[in-house]
Design a binder for this molecule. Structure first.
Ligand SMILES: Cc1cc2nc3c(=O)[nH]c(=O)nc-3n(C[C@H](O)[C@H](O)[C@H](O)COP(=O)(O)OP(=O)(O)OC[C@H]3O[C@@H](n4cnc5c(N)ncnc54)[C@H](O)[C@@H]3O)c2cc1C
Length: 411
């Protein structure tokens, strides 16, 4: 069989966008996707509420990115998220903490390489701040014991897409589906996990889990960093030791979203600081509909602890008990239904999104190095320019690596 010019592994935001860019250049490609659907960490939940919900990525973080043109062309409706943050602190709600925790933890590029939790403790924040620290770290994709104060600040110094967050009237998935995936759907092979990449010869050989072999001139790998860390794809020969070591230095912790539907809205816009779940958000922001949905956003050990309960009913019960304690029993009284999405249990994702782990240093740059002009690496975790852990950041890496790959073809 004639080799494919380019094979892409993974049909998330990065893989889809890479396919789209190659098609624009008139270059043929095939996108191998392990799961039975494309989109990766983008997904849409319909029918639970009278508006669609985002199973994964939900907020557009800043308007100044390569998505701007797609949003404009497609007429996608977005709304600035103006919702307020309420801290659950010492048994009550407050908008103002006695000490500014965010200021103490953010923009600290000169700090020692300590975790959010250790650094806050060193700065004199007591146990009463513990779950507020978890909320701040969770927003950045991490357990507070693992996120580096220093490297998080260093990496975010390069952030340039804007500081405001926006919600989609429809979903983030719809934007990517309509503007990007629609152009490459026929190139996607679903249910095709690649388990081996052999780049010894002039052509790269890809083997899927059924043993089927595909040949390509160049390969773009866009799988989550957890998949590379676990060695789910065998590289022959093994990747350079420094690159394999760099994969391990990038963080990605467990993640879960739980949508809770209620008869009435008894809750604040955003709740920060719960011991069971450190962050809850009102899902109706930016949507057209009447239903009341609160989303519990769990990261790290909180996501693990809820997953260990073993059933969606028990997970919902645990969250309702916490909300009942905050709102004098109103949660259980108004509860209608729950929907749980455990991203850690997804066999080809296994967590939330990458973050600046203690000790990360230059790992993203090393991890993203092309190998032998035949293997290229993209995906949110490979973004060393500040936009890791976002959809637009994943797409940026695709654009960079497609350019590198095309330069390599001319060389
Ligand atoms: C709960 C949650 C909330 C988030 N919220 C936001 C947000 O509000 N805003 C934002 O910008 N970002 C958010 N993100 C992050 C965002 O979703 C990701 O950064 C982005 O979607 C990652 O795209 P990607 O292409 O790098 O990876 P992915 O979307 O993970 O795509 C990789 C693909 O590779 C496939 N794959 C894995 N192994 C193999 C294999 N062996 N062979 C073939 N295919 C394989 C996977 O199935 C997957 O489809 C969130 C993520 C999560 C989980």
């Amino acid at each position: 069989m004639k080799p494919l010019p380019i094979a892409i592994i993974g049909a998330g935001a990065a893989g889809l966008y890479a396919g789209y860019l190659l098609r624009q250049q008139g270059i043929d490609c095939r996108i191998f996707e392990a799961a039975g659907r494309y989109g990766g960490r983008l997904g849409k939940l319909e029918g639970f509420a009278d508006y669609p919900l985002d199973l994964g990525a939900e907020w557009l973080h800043g308007k100044k990115s390569l998505l701007k043109a797609f949003i404009k062309q497609s007429g996608t409706q977005i709304t600035k998220d103006r919702s307020e943050e309420w801290w659950w602190f010492q048994g009550g709600f407050t908008e103002d903490l006695p000490r500014d925790l965010e200021a103490a933890l953010e923009d600290q590029a000169g700090a020692p390489d300590l975790s959010y939790l250790d650094y806050a403790t060193q700065q004199g924040f007591g146990p009463e701040y513990r779950y507020l620290i978890e909320m701040l770290a969770g927003d950045l994709g991490a357990d507070a014991r693992h996120l580096s104060v220093k490297w998080n600040a260093v990496e975010f110094e390069n952030w340039h897409s804007g500081s405001k967050d926006y919600k989609f009237r429809q979903t983030y998935f719809d934007l990517i589906d309509t503007c990007i995936a629609a152009h490459v759907r026929d190139a996607i092979l679903l249910d095709t996990p690649i388990v081996r990449v052999d780049y010894r010869g002039a052509q790269v050989q890809l083997t899927d889990r059924t043993g089927q072999v595909y040949t390509a001139e160049q390969v773009l790998i866009t799988v989550p960093i957890t998949v590379l860390q676990a060695g789910d794809i065998e590289f022959v020969p093994p990747l350079p030791a420094a690159q394999a070591e760099a994969f391990q230095r990038i963080g990605m912790d467990p993640a879960m979203k739980v949508f809770l539907k209620f008869r009435e809205r008894f809750y604040h816009d955003n709740i920060a600081g719960g011991q069971i779940c450190a962050a809850y958000a009102d899902e109706s922001v930016g949507k057209k509909g009447q239903d009341h949905v609160l989303m519990a956003f769990l990261m790290g050990h909180q996501a693990e602890a809820l997953a260990a309960l073993g059933s969606d009913e028990l997970i919902a019960e645990a969250l309702l008990a916490e909300l009942d304690a905050m709102y004098a029993g109103r949660a259980s009284a108004a509860f209608l239904a729950a929907h749980v999405i455990d991203w850690t249990a997804h066999p080809f994702i296994r967590g939330g999104y990458s973050y600046s782990k203690v000790g990360i240093g230059d790992a993203r740059r090393v991890a993203a190095q092309p190998v032998a002009n035949r293997l290229f690496f993209a995906g949110e975790a490979m973004n060393g320019r500040g936009h890791h852990q976002t959809v637009h950041g994943a797409m940026e890496t695709a654009a960079e690596q497609v350019a590198a790959l095309l330069r390599g073809r001319l060389a």
